[in-house]
Ligand binder design. Structure first.
Ligand code: WTA
Length: 635
């Protein structure tokens, strides 16, 4: 018997030990008992962190949509699978049952086939949080096409980069999207992006805001009439365990975004198992994750993990502030939400509003609260615990990454005693290690170091699309035989982990990963800019905000600096998206550089943090004189 559902702490330790001592037996039992296979595996795991190459359930054949949909039809056909809550509270919510989901996914899958999409083709999905997004993703999986969802807040340039990197044949989008009181012209953004992409043959367009848009003949097709004409039968493609399921881009510290490739069987088993336990989901619970499906949290814990467990999962189209800051609490009351999973940045924004907004609504159905995306600070943790959970709903502070596919370190609610700001204990099967900068593992407790993982887990990304060398360099080269996360962490006296933040040049702003290099590249496109450097600094809602140091080409530049700042942020918005805009821009004559020409970000970071009492070793600086100047003019 596998321990699919852990109920007390002793059981956690016992199952954890088994998962570490006999990982293959452990995952084999879980896979065997809780999923639907067309053919079982030949062996459970083969791995090599040097190559690196990891394979789970090799030889098995399956389709993830049969596990997420078909197998629930007999017992849960009339149960709501997806509960869609629109942007505007006056619009009715939509309950999509498992039976209806089955029909809609099959229809969509048939449309994809009719439009020439085949197993292994890449399909870019650029949609707002409407049911078509989840259905498109599942329809791709149904026929074995690889979905690449791009968050619909990304700009045309960011979109075209991602489309081209994975050579997508199709884009699925909508005429536009609602975001609070605003509408966004998504189709216009797609049109602009596609000026740079020759690989895209077809664009399917869902109607959402009923705006008047251009349809390019031969390329653009309205989705609805195609769906109306399609059959509700579509045989699920037989997929190999290690066939790619999707690509999802995440920012790196340098260069282009990395297209993380997730494969089928291991991803399914791990997201389903972790969903069940990290949220203690029980039949008839209503689960709500506020993330967007454009991010990994949405892939794993709005779509695949919940549906694989036959859960009811809410998709919310809107924002926490519209029509007012009570919107989240209103939705919890309206749909009697049991598990609520959100990000610290949202909690901090909501905590700034009056408590009346929280108290106005009945939140008594809540059992479990989740947090993800960045470290949750103590104040936000307590506010969430006291006012939302009323001190009776445990907070699961879940640490994980796009690359890990599923939750890696987390309390199990009602099992692991929580501790503010701590993600607590490794999840089943996860073997963390803390390393020093010289590559030694730090044993024992009450230490901090760089967080690595020593052993493969089923949902880890297998490669970076088209660039395996980069996958190796980024994750498997810093420490021998270890996956390096890029995060720092500390382990307390009882072995609980607290994530302290990134140790590389990725900055997490409002829970979004932003690499410094692509932002700097965007800024440098401005004709007046010679060079720039970005660092993060603490922000009370966003967690981190961006501080840019910019050198202008013409030292005697007489243009209005505020105008220049606006122009720089405009360029960033065009290249990446509004999430990457800088809060502060300081014009400077120089940047502190080492003799080898590297910018010393450590110093810039300290200045942005207003922490200049000890700048550390500056003896290797080529130009120490600029430091004083930057400090004198700091914002
Ligand atoms: C950070 C999101 C502290 C971390 C699922 C990680 C966190 C990066 C937490 C991945 C947490 C995520 N506590 N930090 N609970 N969760 N992070 O790829 O720095 O968007 O490396 O995946 O977010 O972000 P990503």
């Amino acid at each position: 018997m596998s321990n699919y559902h852990i109920k007390h702490l002793e059981e956690y330790y016992q199952v954890y030990r088994k998962s570490v001592r006999e990982p293959e037996n452990f995952w084999e039992e879980v896979a065997e008992e809780h999923f639907m296979w067309q053919k079982k595996w030949d062996h459970v795991l083969s791995w090599d962190f040097i190559k690196p190459e990891v394979k789970w359930f090799e030889g098995a054949q399956l389709n993830i949509t049969e596990n997420c949909i078909d197998r629930h039809l007999a017992t849960r056909g009339n149960k709501t699978a997806i509960l869609f809550e629109p942007n505007d509270p006056k619009e009715d919510a939509e309950h999509i049952t498992y039976t209806q989901l089955h029909q809609r996914v099959n229809k969509f899958a048939n449309v994809l086939k009719d439009q020439g999409i085949k197993k292994g083709d890449r399909v870019c999905v650029y949609l707002p949080m409407i049911p078509e997004l989840a259905i498109a993703v599942l329809a791709c999986a149904r026929i074995g096409a690889i979905h690449s969802v791009v968050f619909a807040g990304f700009s045309a340039t960011a979109l075209s980069t991602r489309i081209n990197d994975s050579d997508c044949k199709m884009v699925i989008t909508s005429d536009g999207s609602y975001r609070g009181a605003k509408t966004i012209d998504l189709k216009g953004i797609v049109d602009e992006a596609l000026n740079e992409c020759t690989c895209v043959e077809t664009v399917l367009v869902a109607k959402r805001i009923h705006s008047d848009i251009d349809m390019k003949s031969g390329r653009d097709k309205w989705l609805q009439p195609l769906l109306d004409a399609a059959s509700t039968d579509c045989k699920a493609a037989l997929m190999n365990a290690e066939d790619p399921l999707f690509i999802l881009y995440t920012s790196g510290s340098t260069g282009l975004p990395k297209g993380m490739v997730h494969t089928t069987a291991g991803y399914m088993v791990y997201t389903a198992y972790s969903f069940k336990n990290a949220f203690q989901y029980k039949e008839d619970d209503v689960y709500w994750c506020t993330a967007d499906i454009g991010w990994i949290t949405g892939h794993s814990y709005i779509v695949y993990g919940p549906l694989a467990n036959g859960a009811t999962t809410i998709m919310f189209e809107g924002v926490p502030s519209y029509p007012d800051f009570g919107r989240f609490w209103e939705i919890i009351e309206k749909h009697k939400v049991n598990q609520f999973y959100t990000a610290p940045t949202a909690i901090r924004a909501l905590a700034k509003q009056g408590l009346e907004l929280v108290e106005k609504y009945d939140l008594s159905t809540l059992k479990v609260l989740g947090s993800v995306g960045e470290p949750i600070n103590e104040e936000a943790w307590h506010w969430y615990n006291d006012n939302v959970g009323k001190k009776k709903s445990p907070i699961v502070d879940t640490w994980w990454q796009t690359e890990t596919g599923g939750i890696m370190i987390t309390p199990i609610p009602f099992v692991t005693p929580t501790k503010p700001t701590y993600a607590t204990l490794p999840f089943i099967g996860i073997q963390p290690a803390l390393m020093d900068e010289d590559g030694n593992e730090l044993k024992g407790n009450q230490i901090d170091g760089r967080l690595c993982i020593k052993f493969p887990w089923p949902s880890m990304a297998r490669t970076i699309w088209g660039n395996h060398q980069r996958y190796k360099d980024t994750y498997f080269s810093a420490y021998k035989n270890m996956y390096f996360t890029g995060d720092g962490a500390l382990r307390d006296d009882v072995g609980y982990y607290r994530i302290t933040g990134r140790v590389d040049d990725v900055i997490i702003v409002s829970g979004h990963n932003l690499g410094t290099a692509p932002i700097e590249d965007a800024i440098n496109e401005h004709p007046a800019v010679a060079e720039s450097a970005i660092v993060g600094f603490p922000h009370d809602v966003k967690g981190n905000a961006l501080y840019g140091y910019v050198i202008l080409k013409d030292v005697g530049e007489t243009r209005d600096q505020d105008n220049l700042r606006k122009e720089i942020n405009q360029i960033i918005t065009e290249h990446i998206g509004p999430i990457a805009k800088l809060d502060k821009i300081q014009f400077t004559k120089g940047l502190p550089k080492t003799r080898s020409g590297k910018i010393m970000r450590r110093i810039l970071r300290k200045i942005a943090h207003k922490d200049t009492s000890n700048l550390g070793d500056t003896s290797t600086l080529l130009n120490p004189e600029v430091v004083q100047d930057i400090m004198d003019n700091a914002l």
